[in-house]
Design a protein around this ligand. Structure first.
Ligand code: SAH
Length: 498
């Protein structure tokens, strides 16, 4: 195909969970993604690092790319034969100029598709506990822009709006808030009509101010509410008191960067999201099986030589069994061996990939306690196999060496830094590290991390984070559960202090 194709897609109001399945698939497969300011950071973090990005949004101090230029960019990229994703905040056709952007494509016979998105006009009130309709209160809702075109400062027709008896939802209205509230009251709406303004809805920065129509502007000013914000006017706003939910989640207000390799990030990320955190996915390392690996092949031909096999990471377990299977063997060749795992996640991987239960797991999930436990359990004649990473540390080895236990350190996978697109982080953002190598991978790409908070799985990881001047919060036990517990405590304390 000479010409490519353009997908004009809504990215929703910020929470990546509000992306449509179609939009998410295109984020993963597009050649080039053209996006603007209202597309959430967590959504942008889903863009694969090799995908070309074009930011046409306004950043502080810079002007946005003019509309005609955006249309030309879409045309030019499509004419190069590319799969172009134009990502816009909310829904592309709700005050999103989506129509203008595709006119040029249509006149050049460039194929395109529209992927509607979840509009902020409905989703942002919902995240603040305000249903835009309710049978007891209204029979319609209306989405109104407070700004029309550049240079046109005319206000909406308040006389008409005041008569509608429906919920009124204003977009792009922060600077016109006072005019809107006054205009509606002058047009006959009661001063005590419930109203609300919700800033950065569905993200970790979500805040809401709910007040009577006549006091809302003042209350919003006190709280320095800024754009983007949705204004809602109508009796449905009185339900907020009873129905608000998003801000009550234990990790609401917490933005956290997950640096685990992509294939292992989802368990942590999903759980953080369920607890209300905004998660940016920035895998900073990748783990790959070492291939070819003649030492591995030779070792598995001589497994009888060993009495114990100890796994120190889920990746080690997965890639050991994968290699075993590739060599035409299965777990029956381990029937005489004792198996150890450093902790529950590794034990789970041994069961998942090898179908084997572990015989030993130390009380503390660290290399040192595994080494200590093994050196107490192995007989002097026993030999131990350690399938691990090519850059594993000697924590587990030290106690073994002290006891004179004979072991083979077998690298089965390599750990590499994963390039990622560095986002703009704030000092409040927290970075989650599940190994010392994730710390090194992260700082290799991100500058200025000094003083930021690192949530670390254990002491060894925390040591590495401290070397780069992070403040650290350390899990009591080296598990994801324990990391999450530590994060909740830290976040609650921080909230109290503010
Ligand atoms: N197409 C978008 C709207 C674009 S107009 C949609 O369907 O949502 C831009 C306005 O949308 C902003 O000025 C603000 O009023 C609103 N908006 C978009 N995202 C928002 C968010 N996360 N929180 C609050 N308001 C938002």
């Amino acid at each position: 195909m000479k010409n490519g194709k353009v997908w004009l897609a809504g990215a929703g109001p910020g929470d990546p969970g509000l992306l449509t399945v179609k939009a998410k698939r295109l984020i993963e497969t597009a050649d080039v993604i053209v996006y603007d300011r209202l597309v959430g950071d967590a959504v942008l973090s889903l863009i694969p690092c090799g995908t070309e990005r074009i930011d046409v949004g306004k950043t502080s101090g810079h002007h946005p790319v003019p509309q005609e230029e955006i249309s030309r960019i879409l045309l030019k990229e499509a004419q190069k034969g590319k799969k172009v994703l134009r990502l816009k905040g909310g829904d592309p056709f709700v005050f999103g100029r989506g129509g203008e952007e595709i006119e040029l494509l249509s006149s050049h016979q460039i194929p395109y598709e529209i992927i509607p998105g979840i509009t902020s006009a409905v989703a942002v009130p919902a995240y603040a506990g305000i249903p835009v309709t309710h049978r007891d209160f209204c029979s319609s809702f209306h989405i109104i822009t407070a700004h029309r075109k550049r240079g046109d400062h005319s206000l909406p027709d308040f006389d008409t709006l005041a008569k509608l008896d429906g919920t009124l939802i204003f977009l792009m209205g922060v600077s016109a808030l006072e005019d809107i509230c006054k205009g509606l009251i002058l047009a006959g709406m009661k001063a005590e009509t419930p109203a609300a303004i919700i800033e950065s809805g569905t993200t970790s920065r979500q805040r809401r101010v709910v007040a009577a129509l006549d006091t809302l502007p003042e209350r919003a000013k006190e709280k320095s509410v800024s754009s983007p914000a949705v204004i809602v006017v109508g009796r449905v706003c009185s339900l907020e008191n009873q129905l608000a939910w998003a801000e009550h989640r234990p990790l609401h207000g917490c933005r956290i960067v997950v640096t685990r390799p992509k294939n292992r990030a989802s368990s942590l990320a999903e759980r953080l999201e369920i607890l209300g955190a905004e998660v940016l996915l920035l895998p900073s390392i990748q783990t790959k099986s070492i291939s070819p690996n003649p030492v591995f092949l030779e070792t598995i031909q001589n497994l009888d030589h060993y009495q114990w096999i100890a796994f120190t990471s889920p990746a080690g377990a997965e890639l050991f069994f994968e290699g075993l299977h590739r060599a035409g063997k299965d777990s029956r060749c381990l029937s005489a061996h004792k198996i150890a795992a450093i902790g529950p996640a590794t034990a789970k991987a041994v069961l998942q990939y090898g179908g084997l239960f572990c015989d030993y797991q130390p009380e503390a999930f660290t290399g040192e306690s595994l080494g200590n436990g093994l050196s107490e359990r192995l007989l002097p004649s026993d030999r131990l196999l350690l399938p691990r990473s090519d850059i594993a540390t000697d924590q587990v080895l030290k106690p073994l060496i002290r006891k004179g236990i004979s072991y083979t350190d077998l690298p089965v996978y390599e750990t590499k830094y994963q390039p990622f697109f560095p986002p703009v982080l704030t000092p409040d953002d927290i970075i989650a590290f599940t190994s010392a190598s994730t710390v090194r991978g992260f700082v290799s790409r991100m500058k200025g991390c000094e003083g930021m908070t690192a949530l670390c799985i254990g002491e060894q990881t925390a040591e590495e984070a401290k070397r780069f001047q992070f403040e650290t919060v350390v899990a009591k036990q080296a598990t994801i559960d324990s990391m999450i517990e530590a994060l909740i405590c830290y976040h609650q304390e921080r909230k109290k202090k503010r």
